[in-house]
Design a protein around this ligand. Structure first.
Ligand code: MRU
Length: 357
């Protein structure tokens, strides 16, 4: 049975609660964020991660911060709101869902303020909007799962990178949503999960989720993907995305680009699965996507054990960009997009909002 609804993030009256993804799979521990600062810290330190989940967390964080505001007048409330949005925007730079979520909260605020709502009414508006974004994200993932599942053949051996699952979204997942969609359509699939150095989202999170769902999953180290493709052990690749530029170039977890090049070399389809909130038509191509550089310690250490030689210089870009020419199709909740991406993405963006399937 597909579990899929792992408790990634939840709104409670006085707190935002999230499972601490740094501790999985060994410990299922929940973090209670009681302020916007707590939520911002949770995003920065990867208690919660994955592009859509970061967006939902930011929206919840803004709603939580503003609910707790002591401001009595709308002017002071608006100033605090702006500061809280800035706090969230400074957490992680690559996933555009973060900025998309902040913009949506700003729009909700502006509409309510324009209608002359009181501080108390504004608080309710922001909470309602954040909760709506959470629920919409689950619905988007389910649509992606249904559309993407149709691209998966019965018996497919699917390689995925990082974790684009229920934990990376409000529920169900994008790349793992495609896998779940295929399974729910009655197809038998097996999954190869890249361990995904340095943060090990594949080995820890993807494998944890899929094993819980009873999906046959094999963890491999990232440098095994090529040999397994050459040996004929992979049929398709499905990954998530942190930002899709107007021309289809896609930022995702570091290592995705290498997998895409390998897939091309071996004639395998390479699919990107993402909600429309990941599409950034304001960014013309991948060279304009900001790539987060994270701490050296993530590379030098695993837990408290130092692996890298003391004194060595370290690089830790957390994401890379896969040029659109390597992408077979982008599966979104608005439809499956193929080349020419620039034209087809633009056309979909002009189409009416999709209804959940
Ligand atoms: O650094 P992370 O763990 O936030 O990176 C996550 C990824 O790269 C995911 O593949 C991406 O956000 C898509 S999640 C549905």
């Amino acid at each position: 049975m597909i579990v899929a609804m792992l408790p990634t993030i939840a709104w409670e009256d006085d707190a935002v609660v999230m499972v601490d993804q740094r501790k999985l799979p060994a410990n299922e521990v929940y973090v209670r964020c009681r302020s916007a600062h707590d939520v911002a810290k949770a995003i920065r330190t990867m208690v919660i991660r994955g592009a859509p989940a970061i967006g939902v967390a930011a929206a919840f964080g803004i709603a939580l911060g503003m609910t707790r505001s002591k401001a009595t007048g709308t002017r002071q409330f608006a100033a605090e709101f702006q500061k809280t949005c800035d706090l969230m925007a400074a957490t992680r730079p690559t996933a555009v869902n973060l900025f998309w979520a902040i913009e949506r909260m700003k729009r909700a605020f502006a509409d309510a303020a324009h209608a002359g709502e009181s501080v108390e009414q504004l608080k309710v508006r922001l909470t309602v909007e954040a909760r709506r974004m959470h629920d919409e994200d689950v619905a988007s993932c389910r649509t992606i799962g249904k559309l993407g599942g149709e691209l998966v053949a019965d018996g497919a051996r699917i390689l995925t990178h990082c974790n684009a699952g229920a934990l990376a979204t409000a529920g169900y997942g994008t790349a793992l949503g495609v896998i779940r969609g295929a399974v729910e359509a009655g197809k038998r699939v097996t999954v190869l999960a890249d361990e995904t150095r340095p943060f090990l989202q594949g080995a820890r999170l993807t494998a944890w989720e899929l094993v819980k769902d009873g999906i046959d999953t094999t963890v491999i180290t990232d440098n095994m993907a090529g040999a397994l493709m050459l040996g004929g052990h992979v049929d398709i690749v499905v990954v998530g995305a942190d930002r899709i530029a107007a021309n289809g170039d896609t930022a995702n977890k570091i290592g995705t680009y290498s997998v895409a090049v390998l897939a091309r070399e071996h004639g395998l389809p390479f699919y990107v699965a993402a909600p429309w909130s990941t599409v950034d038509l304001a960014t013309p191509d991948g060279s304009h996507i900001p790539i987060e550089e994270r701490s050296a310690r993530e590379v030098t250490h695993v837990g408290s054990n130092q692996l890298a030689a003391q004194g060595a210089l370290i690089r830790n870009p957390a994401f890379d960009v896969t040029p659109h020419r390597y992408i077979t199709a982008i599966v979104t909740d608005r439809g499956v997009v193929r080349s020419p991406f620039e034209h087809n993405l633009r056309e979909l963006s002009d189409s009416p909002e999709p209804q959940p399937v």
